[in-house]
Design a protein around this ligand. Sequence first.
Ligand code: BG6
Length: 496
Amino acid sequence: MKCKLGLERCPDDILRCFPRIEQSFGVVIFGASGDLTKRKLIPALNRLFEAGILPERFFVLGAARTNMDDEEFRSRFEAHPDFLRHCSYISVDYQNLESFKPLKNTVDDLMKKIGSSNLIFYLAVPPDLYIPILENLSKAGLNRKPARVVIEKPFGKDLESARRLEDTLQKHFQEDQIFRIDHYLGKETVQNILVFRFANFIFEEIWNNKFVDHVQITMAEDIGVEHRAGYFENVGLLRDIFQNHMLQILALIAMEPPSSFNGENFRNERVKLLRSIRPFPVEELESWIVRGQYGRGVVNGKEVPAYREEPGVAKDSNVETFVAMKLFIDNWRWSGVPFYLRSGKRLPKKITEVAVVFKKIPHSIFAGVPSDELEPNTIVFTLQPNEGISLEFQVKRPCPGMFPQLLSMDFRYEDYFGVKLPDAYERLLLDVILGDPTLFMRRDDLEVSWELLDPVLKAWENDPVRFSPYVYPAGTWGPREADLLIERDGRKWRKL
Ligand code: BG6
């Protein structure tokens, strides 16, 4: 089928298919000297520029506490020189309203120059700075529509702080001005879950407790905490990965079909699904959630230190770098189907996958092949790397007798489309510039996920001895207790 642009096949650079933005715009990035700006934001904007999507007139104004001039700011990035000409820098003390006056003057001048009111503030700063920045933006009169504000997780530390942040946001900005980023929603493969489920008839019919035995979601990373101990020590893996990415993936896998993808329908169904997750029983939390922390070990053939030996990590830190959990979704479709989720740092490799494991056949007609020894059909979404979808099924081995063997029929994006998938930030920044909120979180997304995880965090905090994380050697798939979590139910984690 031809796409909307009339093409049979995708071009090598998919970004060339995105429509050029006509309206001029300006982005102010708070936290411009930080890691996110350097690793993600500027490269993404630069790619959009190189693909010819950005309009002729736009600006990127970096703002941070560091003192530096435009040249020094530009020299931090590897980007097209013509793109860098659109970038400048202003030093701002986030907590000080006085500092927002020169900022406002600079923004007003730049906006006049580009002749547009399309203005975006991107908060790529540590979370304790969100509220002061939002308040100062408002006091300086920079919050007026159509200005938009983009915030990154962590959206608070718990339900209460998330509500405080949300109250501040909503006091100063209207909902259609607020863009809460979860970069997983910008990933092509994550969005493909929706196409797979809702553009095919045959799968949707079996996507329920009559056919599905259980679902496994794994988000594994081989890297450790790297240079982010300052952040991670305050956050831990449950907040870092589960409160956002993991629950959003779960929502897409399990949600009901929305009546349309655009607008609020999709977001409503996502939130409805999250609301159906059964709360964890705090008295017997250990049977539902396992906490781990990496010790020394070997990853990719290299010896690596324990989490507690990483620079910036407390020697007696109790922060988890691994979580495995089992949960149920209490609705008609999923009643009784366990979902097993695990994620961790310093695991053997980087891989994110969702496996929908179907029930075993009820009876085997083949002599010597008991039905419960036949591995079940599984649909696997590999979200990264080597992105694609696989269907695992049994075939007859080409030998005398009737011996089944499990094989996997694989679709890989790169093999089929021959394209490099765009980075999630490229897609999401484009949506922010265009003002499309579909792939962003809403206040209720956040509140529901905090409502689910808050009691767990509180229980861990109140009884640090009982819930102290199990240590697993770096380079393994987490503590033994994570295996027991699923093995107790007669199932196993997939070998990845
Ligand atoms: C971020 C987390 O949101 O996601 C990091 O803060 C994690 O700890 C990262 O490493 C993983 O993202 P991706 O896109 O590399 O899977």
